[in-house]
Design a binder for this molecule. Structure first.
Ligand SMILES: Cc1ncc(COP(=O)(O)O)c(C=O)c1O
Length: 384
């Protein structure tokens, strides 16, 4: 017997490949998007407290009530609307699950789903496994803004959904209010749903702020907002996130969620329900990461790379096309093996592996690691 793969072209993700290579080579791992520093000890103590106090059995399918309520309060404070904790908020096992369950709730065989590229790698398989057809629309190549004319061209009578992501991985582009309005105009009076990946909602810089699609007067009716506590609070390994969507969409979402995982890890929900009572714990995140972005970008400017401005997320793109024709994958490998600094080649974020000679660094690392990385990157010329 040989099993015919449902995802024949998909292998091990580049994030795993590069992290493994970084560890084999003893390289500084600026590739995969996870923080290289610990979480707030208060949060860790809360998890200890709730595990010891016996909060270790299945949580309610939609999430514990206090966690859903505090998330609604946080959403009120940061985005100006209060989703109904009972009918519009679901706690899930990471944003990856939220995206998968949302796509599964809406996409039927033969439906087209628009993906803006470069895109995070979990979107495409979620669509394919549900029998959908991904339709790729490239972002503008200079700043990774959305070309709304191209999106309009891509919409057909079969379009069922669009997947969007702001602040954006890998580019750090952050949507302005106008972008939300442009999307609302395009899908008005059409049965097109939106899956909005907002995992970097608390990581924006300079004058930029995050506009959740859930707060938009029109888009909120059609949108699944997918968030991640792992990203915001430096605990990506805990795999806990949320989905906010209007009641009718949440009802369908929960039908999938309850058979994908049923519920999400109980003591961690209790810990977050208490931790989120202090707003400064998330309101302080942007300035924390802005410090890291500034520190890293300043150092990169002393290398031969060209720095592409990052306005959000914890990623920094750099281009090197002015230096060499080497492919981005080859450069990433050479940098890891010879300079001992790991990064991600941006071509992997495109279905057709388009290579614009851009690589991505994650700057959610200690300043010590960022400094060491910068120092090693001064020798870039030696490997080109
Ligand atoms: C854009 C984007 N969406 C979703 C995720 C996954 O989030 P989670 O770990 O909560 O599943 C990531 C993680 O890297 C991401 O970068």
């Amino acid at each position: 017997m040989s099993l015919r793969s449902k995802l024949p072209h998909i292998g091990t993700t580049i994030f795993t490949v590069m992290s493994q290579m970084a560890s084999e080579e003893g390289a500084i791992n600026l590739s995969q998007g996870f923080p290289g520093f610990g979480a707030d000890p208060v949060l860790l103590d809360l998890v200890g407290k709730y595990t010891r106090e016996g909060f270790n059995q299945y949580a309610p399918m939609a999430g514990i009530p206090s966690m859903r309520k505090i998330l609604s309060e946080k959403t009120q404070l940061t985005q100006g609307y209060f989703p109904d904790p009972d009918r519009e908020v679901t706690i899930v096992s990471g944003a990856t699950e939220a995206i998968f369950s949302a796509v599964s709730a809406i996409v039927r065989v033969g439906d087209e789903v628009i993906i803006l590229e470069p895109a995070y790698d979990s979107y495409e398989p979620a669509i394919l496994l549900n029998g959908g057809i991904p339709v790729y629309v490239p972002l503008n190549s200079t700043d990774f803004s959305v070309d709304w004319e191209q999106v309009e061209i891509a919409i057909s009578s079969k379009t069922r959904a669009i997947l969007v992501n702001s602040p954006h991985n890998p580019s750090g582009f952050v949507w302005a209010e106008n972008d939300l309005n442009a999307l609302a105009n395009l899908i008005r009076d059409r049965e097109i749903y939106v899956v909005s990946d907002e995992v970097y909602e608390h990581i924006t810089f300079d004058e930029k702020r995050h506009f959740s699609l859930g707060a938009h007067p029109e888009l909120k009716e059609k949108t699944f907002v997918c968030g991640s506590f792992g990203k915001t609070f430096h605990v990506t390994g805990w795999k806990i996130g949320y989905c906010i969507a209007p009641p009718a969409l949440t009802e369908e979402f929960r039908k999938i969620h309850q058979y994908v995982t049923f519920s999400t890890v109980t003591p961690i929900q209790y810990a977050f329900a208490e931790y989120l009572e202090v707003p400064d714990r998330y309101l302080s995140i942007p300035s924390f990461y802005q410090g890291k972005r500034d520190f890293f970008a300043k150092g990169l400017k002393e290398t031969l790379f060209e720095v592409i401005p990052s306005h959000g997320s914890f990623f920094q793109l750099v281009s090197y096309g002015h230096l060499s024709e080497i492919s981005d994958r080859e450069l990433a490998e050479k940098m890891t093996r010879k300079l001992k600094v790991a990064c991600i080649p941006v071509s992997v974020f495109y279905a057709n592996k388009k290579d614009d000679k851009i690589i991505r660094f994650c700057f959610a690392k200690t300043n010590e690691d960022l400094s060491k990385g910068i120092e090693r990157l001064q020798n870039l010329r030696s490997i080109l």
